[in-house]
Every structure is written in C-alpha cells, then in structure tokens.
Design a protein around this ligand. Structure first.
Ligand code: FMN
Length: 445
C-alpha cells in the first residue's frame, strides 16, 4: 500500500484521514484553520499570517536578469492573494550561476527593477488586503552548480564528483570541482547581492542550500578535499561564512535565512541527511539538527525546510499525480512523500522551537492543505505553511482560506507537472490548467 502510487481522490477530510491511518502516517488535519491567520514574529519583523508562498521560478526574466512582465504579474497575483510571506524565486549571484538564460540575476544594473518589483508587490498586497497588510519578503540567492545553464546549454560547476549525478548532468570525469578560492569569492558575491537586496527593499535574503544546487551539494561534500569538504564543520563552512559576511556588512538591517534540504534522499557518502553507512539513503537528521542550532546561534531566525532533488527524485521534492513528459511515477504513495517532507520540518522545528520554520510540499493535499498546516502549527511541528505549485494555480487561496476557512476544490493545483514541464522546455512557467490566459498556449503537453 505504501509502495503503491495513487492519484488524489479525496472528497472530504474523513477520507484523507482514513488513507493516512491505513498508510500508518503521522499526518493530522484540523477543521479549524484559524491559527493560519496568526501573525508570525521573525526577529522583530512580522508576517501578517502564517501562510508562505514558496519560491518558484517562472523563467521569465530578461536576458540581463531583470524581472520581466510575467515576473511582475506573478508576484502581483501572489501579493493580492494575501499570504503573509512571499519567498521570491532563485536569483543568480553571477552570470555563470544561472540555471537558464532568463533566470533573475541581482547586480547593480538590475537593482532598480528589483526595487520596483518589491514596491509593486507591496502596493498590490495593500490594495487587496488593506493598508496594514505587509507581507514579509525574502529573496533567494542561488548558484545553480551542476544544473547551471547560463546560455541554455549545460555548464555544470560541481562541488565534488558524484557517481550517480555526474552522468545525468554532463559532468566529465576529469572536470575540476570548484576551488576553495572560488568558493571564498562566491561568499563575497552573496554578500554583495545581499547588500543590493536590502537596497531593493527585501526583508531577508536566503543563502539557498537546497535541491542539490551548488551550495546544497556542499553539505554532502564528504568526499571533497580542502576546507569546504569532509568534516561537518567544513561542509557547513560556506553557509556559516556567508551569513557572517552578510551580518558583518549589514548588521541586523537585513534578516538572513536559508532554504535548506533537510534530506537529499541520496546515498551516503554523496547525500546529506542520510545515515552514515556506505550506500544508505535512510533518513538521519542529526547533522541538520546540529546545523539548525548553529544557525539560530548565528542570528538566523527563519528556516525554510525542503528535501530532494527536482531532477533526480522529483517526488521527494514535490509529490505529484503525473510526472513530466518521460518522467516516472514513483512507487510510493504521494501521501508518504508529503508525510516525509512534513516530518523533516517537524524534526527541525522541534529541535529549535524559537525559530520560525516553514514547511514544504503541501500542494498535493489540494483543498486540505490548510487543514494539514493548521494541525502542524497547533502541534508545534512548524511555524508557517509554505505553498508552491498551489499558488501558481490558485494565487488567492490564502485569502479565501483565512476569510472562509476553506479552499475551493475546483481551483486547486492538480499536481500534473505541467509547470515544471514548461521549465524543462525552456518556456515561461506557470499553471497551464488554471492560468490559461497566459500558459495554456505555451504548453505542448
Ligand atoms: C516551476 C517551479 C519552479 C520552482 N522554482 C523554485 C525556486 O526558484 N527555488 C526553490 O527553492 N524551489 C523552487 N521550486 C520548488 C517549490 O518551491 C516547492 O518546494 C515544490 O514545488 C514543492 O512544494 P509544493 O508541493 O507546494 O508545490 C519550484 C517548483 C516549481 C514547480
């Protein structure tokens, strides 16, 4: 049963709760979702409610890295939808760090467009939700690492050779991993981008450490030599150094956070978050928990917990009903994948109850995502509920949930993977099912 993929087919809370019981999963759902409306204190700044929009690239910036018309449109829709926190998408810190030729990039030349993006987002939020509604904003800083495609063709940059991923990512056997000196420069580039993010008006920057892009890979650099590889202290060095470089320059003016994989579901010694036995993929979050404590001590008040690799094991990252073209349906039931994502957030949140922890992977639950989120918050398993694909499909879900206590089952994301398919095809990404005005004609599937 746990190893049997099933599509979503639940009409009411009772039926999804019964499925969880049958699968032996610790997933709970509350009828009363009012705690989603509680404001969240993030180091003295406030998110007006406990619903977060997860970072999602639209691949719709300009070639120079400025937000394009569809980028502005996307954030305006999110802002009007009433979520308390908007986590802006992966934004490259250098040209070679880009995952595609239209990925956003923050530098002196693009700064004014980012400033406009933040201002317009906040204006839309106020217009829609009232003069006192001000979503907390985070900008995600990225280096795409082995998934870099700055000109649309692979230009991988690796932290170490990975016998499983090298073949999938056009890495040559004799390719030299990024050097320690280059990583030191990258820390400075992140700090430069953080300064610009503050000027643009963001409340926080995310030194992204997820989904097996470059810095996420560093966490699993057991086989890497030098000062960024091997021991725990070395593998987390980039993150700790970058945070302190940003704080040295900006003090407490800008909050620093990270969206981080708690678990790669990738075998030791090539995966982070696994039990340390050769070939083991079993979850072991002792290092993640240790890191969460260190981050809190280093002045990080907010964490966004995620897992998996969107290319290699996408169901671990975003449970779905249908895969991308040519992709596989996983063996496991999507509720098992959802429960795993929630468990990772729970383990981290329980280890650092003072931190605001955002959980990921809620969209597969459709109209019941708010019920699961409310139960998780009530249990102290998470502070905020993060929604990704669900917000592409139904950008005003937060407002409806907070105002009526329910979501409309006819408007929810159906986890068909078309948004990801658009990305894979090099097109602008959005919801081909519900945002048809823009995305239907772009979709080839
Ligand atoms: C089209 C698309 C683009 C994404 N872009 C990003 C990104 O820029 N940064 C990031 O951390 N995650 C990104 N994600 C992952 C989502 O933030 C989220 O973790 C994932 O979709 C699972 O959450 P969900 O079930 O609510 O969709 C992206 C996902 C999709 C489908």
């Amino acid at each position: 049963m746990r190893n049997q993929h099933k599509r979503f087919r639940y009409k009411d809370l009772g039926s999804i709760e019964a499925a969880c019981r049958e699968l032996g999963l610790q997933l709970e759902f509350d009828d009363d979702v009012s705690n989603l409306g509680h404001r969240v204190n993030i180091a003295g700044k406030y998110a007006p409610n406990a619903i977060a929009i997860q970072p999602m690239e639209g691949q719709d910036g300009t070639f120079e890295g400025k937000p394009g018309p569809l980028t502005f449109r996307r954030y305006e829709r999110f802002a009007r939808g009433g979520a308390g926190l908007i986590w802006f998408e992966a934004t490259a810190v250098a040209p070679t760090a880009r995952a595609n030729p239209r990925q956003l990039m923050l530098n002196k030349d693009t700064l004014s467009s980012f400033r406009r993006l933040v201002a317009q987002t906040q204006t839309a939020a106020r217009e829609s939700c009232g003069p006192h509604h001000r979503p907390f904003t985070v900008l995600q800083l990225t280096h795409s690492g082995r998934y870099a495609k700055p000109e649309g063709v692979p230009r991988p940059i690796i932290a170490f050779h990975d016998p499983i991923l090298d073949g999938e990512t056009h890495v040559y056997p004799d390719q030299v991993p990024i050097t320690d000196a280059e990583l030191g420069n990258l820390e400075d580039q992140c700090a430069d981008a953080a300064e610009l993010a503050l000027e643009a008006g963001f409340d926080a920057v995310d030194v992204k450490h997820c989904h097996r892009y470059l810095t996420s890979e560093l966490l699993a650099g057991y086989t890497r030599e030098g000062k960024y590889g091997g021991s725990f202290e070395n593998r987390v060095r980039f993150l700790i150094n970058t945070i302190s470089k940003i704080k040295n320059r900006l003090g407490d003016e800008l909050i620093v956070t990270t969206r981080i994989n708690a678990y790669d579901d990738h075998p030791y010694p090539y995966g982070w978050g696994t039990v340390k036995q050769a070939g083991s993929r079993e979850m072991g979050l002792d290092e993640m928990v240790k890191l969460a404590g260190m981050l809190f001590e280093n002045g990080v008040p907010l964490l966004n917990i995620t897992a998996g690799n969107p290319y290699h094991n996408p169901h671990v990252n975003r449970p779905y009903d249908l895969p991308v073209t040519g992709g596989q349906l996983p063996a496991e039931h999507p509720l098992v994948s959802v429960a795993r994502l929630m468990e990772t957030a729970r383990i981290v949140q329980e280890s650092v109850p003072e931190m605001a922890v955002i959980g990921s992977g809620y969209s597969w639950l459709r109209q019941f995502l708010g019920n699961a989120g409310a139960a998780n918050i009530r249990n102290g398993w998470v502070t905020m509920v993060g929604v990704g694909r669900g917000a592409f499909a139904y950008p005003d879900f937060a407002k409806e949930l907070l105002e009526t206590g329910t979501m409309n089952s006819r408007k929810t994301c159906i986890t068909c993977s078309r948004c990801t398919q658009l990305m894979r095809e090099g097109k602008e990404a959005g919801c081909a099912i519900f945002d048809t005005e823009i995305y239907k004609t772009r979709s080839s599937t």
